[in-house]
Each structure stands twice: as C-alpha cells, then as structure tokens.
Design a protein around this ligand. Structure first.
Ligand code: FE2
Ligand code: FE2
Length: 241
C-alpha cells in the first residue's frame, strides 16, 4: 500500500472532524472530540513506530523527522488536557490551538517530509511501510479489549512464544509453580520410602519367625540326641523294670 496515500487519507478525515466539532455543541461536540482523539492516537502511533523510524536514520530526512516527533508530543499533550478539561471557553481556546498545531504539522508532513521520504525510500520500501501501517491500523480498530492492545501484553505474548517470561510477576509465578511441583513430587517419594520401610519391617518379622521356628526345631532335635546319648538314672531304670 502507498504510505503517502494512507497518511493523507487520515489527515483528510481529521480535518473533517475538526470542522464538525467546531460547528457542534454539547454532547455532540464531546463525542466528536473523542472520535478525533482516537483517530489521532492511532495515526501518531503508526507514524512514530513504523514511518518515522525509517526516515530518522537517513541524513536527508533526520531533522524533519525529529521535528515531527516533537510536534506530535505537543499535539498529544493538548489532546490529554482537552480530554480532562470541562467544556467551556477555555476548552474552545485550547481546541483552536490544537487545530492550528495539527494543521501546521500536516502541512509540513505532506510537503517537506513526504518529499524527503520519497528521496530516501525505494518504492518497495515505502510500500512495505504502507502495508505495515495499514495492518497496525486495522489491528488497533478491531473490537478487542484495550488490555490486548497494550505493548506490555504484546511483549508478554511474544516472549511466551519464545519460551521466556517478561514481567516480575511472571517470574514470581514461575518460581511459585516450581515450588508447588517440588511439593507434589515430594509426596509420592515419601510414600515410596514409607512403603519400602514397611516392606523391610514385614520382611524382618517373617525372618524372625523363621529363626524362632528353626531354633525350636534345633532345640528339639538336640534334646532327642542328648536323651539318646546320656543313659537313664538308677531310679528311672527301677521304674522301667
Ligand atoms: Fe500525519
Ligand atoms: Fe505526524
């Protein structure tokens, strides 16, 4: 996709929104402002993360790009202040300053910056940037929870896919998981040990019983042998007679 067309379309949309907000009042004015802020949030984000980095490192476009980052910062501050302020004359004055800043920035972007970008980037490079910006815009406008759009969430997903963890909370969870796993494996091992000890004990019992039996048998045999060897006493002989 042509990145210049994509960005210009956004600029035109924003320009229309400014006109509508200026002629609106009450709730319609605030609703229009919320829409404008959402548009500018996504637009500045795709420029700062995809378009500007490609121009920042080239000598011909470096100064203009750094200036553009600074102009975005002023615009974002004004948007944040307007989002937090109550409607009234001061709000309207601030809104006019925002409009003037955006118009000035858009003029510079569509004029000098696009011209420098066309010198610095090949058609293929520019198209690739356009595709990336279009994809990011689509992703940002998809009806998913805000949490899923946060850079921290994306970082966690990427890291988990790569097999690592990102946050301190993740690390804690990982450690806690390992400790639980150890406990779980420790129990069966203990049971095994108990079973082994029990088996040893019962083996010992059986061995003791056998030994007693053997002793009894030995004792009985020895007594019989002794009886045969020693002759009976005189009294015994008389009794027998
Ligand atoms: Fe722009
Ligand atoms: Fe911009």
């Amino acid at each position: 996709m042509n990145p210049y067309d994509l960005l210009k379309n956004d600029h035109d949309k924003v320009s229309d929104l400014f006109k509508r907000i200026e002629s609106a009042s009450g709730k319609a004015k605030l609703a229009g402002f919320r829409k404008l802020k959402a548009e500018l949030d996504v637009h500045t984000m795709i420029e700062e993360t995809i378009f500007y980095p490609a121009l920042k490192n080239a000598a011909e476009s470096r100064d203009l790009t750094l200036e553009a980052y600074e102009e975005h910062r002023v615009i974002k501050d004004l948007l944040a202040e307007l989002a937090a302020a109550e409607p009234g004359d001061q709000w309207d004055a601030k809104f006019t300053v925002l409009k003037e800043n955006v118009e000035h920035h858009v003029d510079e972007e569509e004029g000098d910056l696009f011209k420098k970008a066309k010198d610095v980037l090949s058609t293929e490079q520019a198209e690739a940037l356009g595709d990336q910006m279009a994809a990011e815009k689509e992703r940002q406008s998809a009806p998913v929870a805000d949490e899923l759009k946060k850079p921290s969430f994306i970082k966690r997903v990427v890291n988990s896919l790569l097999g690592g963890s990102t946050t301190k909370r993740d690390e804690k969870k990982k450690k806690a998981g390992k400790a639980t796993a150890k406990k779980k494996t420790a129990k069966p091992a203990a049971r095994k040990a108990t079973r082994k000890t029990g088996a040893k004990k019962s083996n010992a019992k059986q061995a003791a019983k056998k030994s007693v039996k053997r002793k009894r048998t030995v004792t009985g045999t020895a007594a019989k042998k002794a009886a045969r060897k020693s002759p009976p006493s005189g009294r015994a002989r008389a009794k027998a007679a």
